[in-house]
Design a protein around this ligand. Structure first.
Ligand code: GTP
Length: 223
């Protein structure tokens, strides 16, 4: 139902629907972040996502409505190939790690490589250190956590944007999507500008003298 609603909006031309893939290790809080974002709710016990789930959210950026369809993927290894099959159609990435669990941070680079491999190009990416609310307590109990500095450094070296969130408390959750929306709009603008700068044979000016380009001969011109 969600997908068909988004598709209908796209078809009507009311608003472009940007597709975002939500990825990261199992248990980092992907579904929780999405639930906080869409329903403003949080559950302390969640069942693991199987396959891919989708939710659509419309936000306002610079007084313009932006509709984002988020595909929530399963972090478990056995579902990875399903998640990867969505990369090619995605416009952007929301990549989560758990800042109280170092392994999930170490695996971020692998997730980024998988995106480039699947999409055929790097996608605008928001790197998000979730479970921010638990970091201080976890560190106090001797758990190796990921600092803000580490997160920022990784984001800078991978040309992604960085934010820390708590799906539990709702901290920075809407900011995360807003930032991602801005990235998507900027990427779209850059792409349009790039396309405008690429000289196209089809758009060659009509020549009055000499040979006419072959592709102009079969086209009808209306004025
Ligand atoms: N304290 C705290 N717990 C969180 C937060 N986000 C998620 N959790 C908990 O972390 C556990 C895993 O959350 P999920 O949202 O299921 O994680 P997931 O990344 O979707 O997991 P998969 O579906 O297996 O890929 C749940 O028990 C959540 O309640 C957070 O910001 N703070």
């Amino acid at each position: 139902l969600v997908i068909s609603k988004a598709r209908k909006m796209e078809e009507n031309g009311t608003n472009r629907v940007y597709k975002v893939i939500l990825i990261g290790d199992s248990g980092v809080g992907k579904t929780s972040l999405l639930m906080r974002l869409c329903k403003n709710e949080f559950k302390s016990s969640m069942t693991a996502t199987l396959g891919v789930d989708s939710h659509t959210k419309t936000i306002t950026v610079d007084e313009k409505p932006i509709t984002i369809q988020v595909w929530d993927t399963a972090g478990q290894e056995r579902f990875r190939s399903i998640a990867k099959s969505y990369f090619r159609r995605a416009d952007g990435v929301l990549l989560l790690y758990d800042c109280t669990y170092e392994n999930s941070f170490i695996n971020v680079r692998d997730w980024m490589s998988a995106v480039v491999e699947g999409a055929g190009r790097p996608l605008p990416t928001m790197l998000c250190g979730n479970k921010f609310d638990m970091r201080e307590t976890s560190a106090r109990y001797g758990k190796k956590c990921v600092s803000t500095e580490q997160g920022k450094k990784l984001a800078a070296s991978t040309k992604s944007h960085f934010i820390e969130t708590s799906a539990k408390l709702g901290t920075n959750v809407s900011e995360c999507l807003n930032e991602l929306a801005k990235l998507l709009l900027k990427a779209e603008d850059d792409e349009k500008r790039e396309n405008r700068n690429v000289p196209s044979k089809i758009n060659k000016p009509f020549q009055l003298t000499g040979e006419h380009p072959v592709e102009n001969t079969s086209r009808t011109c209306c004025s």
